[in-house]
Design a protein around this ligand. Structure first.
Ligand code: PRP
Ligand code: URA
Length: 209
């Protein structure tokens, strides 16, 4: 595994992923698990962010605390990425949220962009892309290309499950982007789904299967 790929080793992520994958998990529980795993992955993906010192007055006196140096952007890829935003946003409430709409063509597996609004003054220093599934990697690669065209210098990808094919594509297209995932699975099947995976992350969250 390349130095830029970080499959989570956290036992809670592994435990929750098993529940998430199960065919018996219904949409309400599925959404809860997506939210919880996203928070755990965000903690791992943000562990290297820079801090600056700030003076804090406690009821007992003065001390030195820390605050984040950078403005952060959260970038959910519609629609399945929506389930990952809320929990991460609670952890980073000062973050901006930029939505990007991408839908894979079921035949060609190429992503089609249907929504993206460039922020007026894109001033965030780091963007976290939130998208549960890294399958062919086409959607993630297109989202990163768009963010870079908007001037974003630093991007991290956060996903629940990745296929080796998607990781290879991202590493070719965007070798500067670290990939934080809950697990790396076996392969893609003939219709572009991750095996063993969890099925369709959007349908399972929104009850549209
Ligand atoms: C899914 C998933 C990713 C994409 C991954 O979205 O949420 O965005 O597929 O596939 P890729 O790596 O091969 O591009 P989908 O296009 O099904 O849209 P949805 O979220 O609206 O269901
Ligand atoms: N999108 C999904 O939701 N699941 C997959 O396995 C692949 C793409």
């Amino acid at each position: 595994m390349s130095v830029n790929v970080f499959p989570s080793k956290h036992p809670l992520v592994a435990h929750k992923l098993a529940l998430l994958r199960s065919v018996d998990t219904k949409p309400k529980k599925f959404r809860e698990l997506v939210r919880e795993i996203a928070i755990l992955l965000a903690a791992e993906a943000t562990a290297d962010l820079d801090l600056k010192s700030v003076e804090v007055t406690t009821p007992m006196g003065q001390t030195t605390g820390h605050e984040l140096t950078y403005d952060i952007g959260l970038v959910p890829i519609l629609r399945a990425g929506l389930g990952m935003v809320e929990g991460v946003w609670e952890m980073i409430p000062q973050a901006e949220v930029w939505h990007i709409g991408l839908k894979r063509n079921e035949r060609t597996l190429e992503p089609m962009q249907y929504y993206a609004v460039k922020p007026v003054e894109p001033h965030v220093q780091v963007c976290l892309i939130l998208d549960p599934m890294l399958a062919t990697g086409g959607s993630a690669s297109a989202a990163i290309t768009l963010l870079k065209s908007w001037g974003v210098k630093r991007v991290k990808y956060l996903g629940l499950i990745a296929a080796p094919e998607g990781i290879a594509r991202l590493q070719t297209d965007h070798p500067d982007v670290p990939i934080h995932v809950g697990a790396v699975d076996s392969h893609l099947n003939e219709v572009g789904y991750i095996v063993p995976g969890l099925g369709d992350a959007g349908d399972r969250q929104f009850g549209t299967a």
